[in-house]
Design a protein around this ligand. Structure first.
Ligand code: CTP
Ligand code: CA
Length: 226
């Protein structure tokens, strides 16, 4: 399965990756969504497969060809992603959550298309979605499972990233600097990877596959001996 030079250091490993952006239905034709393209998650899947891993890719609303060697599980909403991840994580050596998950969903999804009444808009009642990353981190499927989150941050990116890493309880948090046209929908990505042991790794601007390979390097280090 290995394509090109480099280690097959993930051979015999099963990795679970989430990609894309969830959509939270308002009615049969409308949803609350976000701008995630899914490209970073697909790059993670392609590079993991190239390094020999068995790959499960839970993909939310992406419009990308399935990466060679990956099993794709399509989902739409955060609740569907939650169920798919809880199922697929059981045998996974690593769980890497690159998807943009909607924080909130409409309390109810109308069965029929919402119509203008002439009386102005109704307020939108929202409910909080499950925090999949925090749950997977707090309740590992087995000892030694490595859990990685992604975060897009503005302003004090490092301080925000450290706080989020602690709050989520994952092993690694890949922090993208966003704003000014960076990251969303672009080919290149630039990030700092923060580790729960205090480490941090700067990844310079480059293709999303380069960032993906750096993430797998850090995951592979943590898998040795398990
Ligand atoms: N995530 C998740 N479930 C959610 C929200 C986020 O699993 N309901 C995951 C994302 O897949 C990502 C990480 O958590 O790996 C960070 O997402 P982010 O939106 O930055 O975190 P939040 O805790 O929602 O913080 P914020 O208030 O900045 O949106
Ligand atoms: Ca969020």
């Amino acid at each position: 399965l290995r394509r090109g030079p480099g280690p097959a250091d993930l051979a015999g490993r099963h990795v679970l990756i989430t990609a894309g952006g969830t959509r939270e239905a308002l009615d049969p034709v409308r949803y609350l969504g976000n701008r995630s393209s899914g490209r970073q998650g697909y790059a993670l899947a392609a590079t993991a497969a190239a390094r020999g891993a068995q790959v499960t890719l839970v993909a939310a609303n992406t419009d990308l060809p399935a990466p060679a060697g990956a099993e794709v599980v399509p989902v739409e909403s955060a609740e569907q992603m939650h169920r798919a991840v809880l199922e697929a994580r059981k045998g996974a050596d690593a769980v890497v959550m690159a998807a943009a998950v909607a924080d909130f969903r409409p309390v109810a999804s109308a069965q029929s298309k919402i119509k203008k009444t002439g009386a102005g808009p109704e307020p939108l009642d929202l409910a909080v979605n499950p925090d999949i990353l925090a749950e997977v981190s707090a309740d590992r499927a087995h000892a030694g499972q490595v859990v990685v989150g992604f975060a897009a941050e503005t302003d004090d990116v490092l301080a925000n990233g450290r706080a989020k890493l602690a709050r989520k309880g994952c092993d690694l948090l890949v922090v993208n600097r966003v704003g000014g046209g960076r990251a969303f929908g672009t080919e290149d990505n630039q990030a700092v990877v923060l580790a729960s042991d205090g480490g941090s790794t700067e990844v310079p601007t480059g293709p999303k596959t380069d960032l993906a390979d750096r993430v797998w390097d850090l995951v592979a280090e943590r898998l040795t001996g398990t």
